[in-house]
Design a protein around this ligand. Structure first.
Ligand code: NAD
Length: 480
């Protein structure tokens, strides 16, 4: 059994308490490694290392920081297949998905911020003959990055790379449910020559290790991605300490399909938006609204395609749906399926745990599931399920679908499918979401602002937004 270790001050170490947590392979239900059950003492050791490394790291030239981040990107890309297998084993997602999406994106995150930092400039504001202002952007010091289990290396690197690029030292914690690739990334960073203490990775539970990062008085900012409830807890601790906070939280995203859409392309992409990563992507569209003239045609085609999705061993290249991340999460998703039935929904596809024979007989699989006939205000249509469960409903007018789409407490992402450009712009403008995709889904340009409104979070990641978050502005005014 492999031990995952903390990475503190350039050394791989167990938790100071000597305690461990089991790491389970979701596709089999078996423990296959263990990770340190770290707490406040380990977080403080990571902080001390980071703080000691910071004066040198913030003064490393932009070119050299960029070179080091690009070297990390190169090594991730070189190890793509090995990292993808590790990510799949840890999460239950198909290896094919990890190979084509998760790991390439992690490399891209490092490469993107390696470039972005060389192109970043701060402002100056002239006051004619009177004075000139220039704005300095100073790194914050030691920052905390806390990431979830659904896209482990993808989201871990999405935080760590801009934090490092901007000249901060980092104490980072991946999800205790999927810790493996963060540990492998620490090894890659060491091999790429990142100085000791610049990146520290501490493993453990949210309640002990995560909370200790948030509460540490020396850690200046928290970049968090995870559930809305957790975000609330974090804000409660961090806000009175005036820490900078970036909170990327849950979603309940609408997919809005107008009758004049490109039917076949929409069908392909909406299937992907519904069930990619077993529906465990914060951006997945779980409420599908279809304009009435094509409702039945779309529903029947969509249900057929859903039933054809191959649920199976994540290591099998033919598998389209792997396991969900844990027994507990499987139970949560199944309980929502039960709730949807009780709320009067009709199951059109799926609706049960999926049995996968052989090696995966003990794994946590759920059939991709489609409901119709549920009211907009029921819990199934209001709460984040974060699994392979979607609802279908018809609509008649743009005004009606906007009311439905905007009618939850969340506001992360929406997608709109139509051939009418004017309608698309009008609907996009009226959607209360941080991200709107027109005739596409999860098409990402890393320069764009990323984040949600309402209960989906506070702040934006991506491009200069991330570099701004990880720096403080200081304006210098010079009287001429
Ligand atoms: P989670 O909130 O349970 O955990 C996320 C991370 O926070 C983990 O590392 C966990 O250990 C840590 N944590 C838990 N309690 C903590 C505490 N009190 N203090 C500090 N850290 C704590 O979320 P999850 O179940 O891992 O992930 C699923 C959620 O993440 C879903 O709600 C999903 O929508 C959301 N998500 C959002 C985005 C986005 O960009 N908006 C992206 C991916 C996932």
């Amino acid at each position: 059994m492999k031990d995952i270790l903390n990475y503190i001050d350039g050394r791989f170490v167990p938790a100071s308490s000597g305690r461990w947590l089991d790491n389970i392979e979701p596709a089999t239900g078996k423990v296959y490694s263990r990770l340190p059950d770290s707490g406040a003492v380990d977080v403080d050791a990571a902080y001390v290392a980071a703080q000691a490394a910071w004066p040198a790291w913030k003064n490393v030239s932009v070119d050299e920081r960029s070179r080091l981040l690009a070297a990390v990107a190169d090594r991730i890309a070189l190890a793509n297949d090995e990292l993808a297998v590790a990510e799949s084993r840890d999460t239950g997602k198909p290896v094919s998905l990890a190979k084509s999406v998760d790991i390439p994106r992690a490399a891209h995150n490092f490469r993107f911020f390696a470039h972005a930092i060389t192109q970043w400039a701060s402002e100056s504001h002239g006051m004619g003959p009177v004075a000139i202002n220039y704005t300095l952007r100073d790194p914050l010091g030691v920052v905390g990055c806390i990431s979830p289990w659904n896209l482990p290396l993808y989201l871990f690197s999405w935080k760590v790379a801009p934090a490092l690029a901007a000249g901060n030292c980092v104490v980072a914690k991946p999800s205790e449910i999927t810790p493996m690739t963060a540990c492998l990334l620490a090894r890659i960073c060491a091999d790429a020559g990142l100085p000791p203490g610049v990146l520290n990775v501490v493993h453990g539970t949210g309640a002990d290790c995560g909370a200790a990062i948030v509460a540490h008085p020396g850690i200046k900012a928290i970049s968090f991605t995870g559930g809305t409830k957790t975000g609330e807890t974090i804000a409660r601790t961090a806000a009175p300490m005036f820490k900078k906070l970036s909170l990327e939280l849950g979603g309940k995203n609408p997919t809005v399909i107008f009758a004049d859409c490109d039917f076949d392309r929409t069908l392909d992409e909406v299937l992907r938006a519904s069930f990619s990563n077993q529906g465990q992507i914060c951006l997945c569209g779980s409420r599908i609204y279809v304009e009435r003239p094509i409702y039945e045609r779309f529903r029947d085609a969509f249900v057929g395609r859903t039933q054809a999705l191959a649920v199976g061993d994540p290591s099998d290249p033919a598998t389209r749906q792997g396991a969900v991340v844990s027994r507990q999460h499987q139970q949560k998703v199944l309980s929502y399926i039960q709730l949807a039935r009780e709320e009067g929904g009709t199951v059109l596809a799926g609706g049960e745990a999926a049995a996968v024979p052989g090696r995966c007989a003990g794994g946590y699989f759920v059939q991709p599931t489609v409901f119709e006939g549920l009211p907009a205000d029921c819990r199934t249509n209001q709460e984040e399920i974060f699994g392979p469960v979607v609802t279908l409903a018809p609509f008649d007018t743009a005004e009606e679908v906007l009311r439905l789409a905007n009618g939850t407490g969340y506001g992360l992402a929406a997608s709109v499918w139509t051939g009418n450009l004017a309608l698309a712009h009008r609907v996009a403008a009226a959607l209360e979401f941080g991200i709107v995709w027109i005739n596409c889904w999860l098409l990402r340009d890393l320069r764009t602002p990323f984040g949600g409104v309402k209960q989906s979070g506070v702040g934006r990641e991506g491009g200069v937004e991330a570099l701004r978050f990880f720096t403080d502005a200081k304006n210098v005014c010079v009287k001429l």
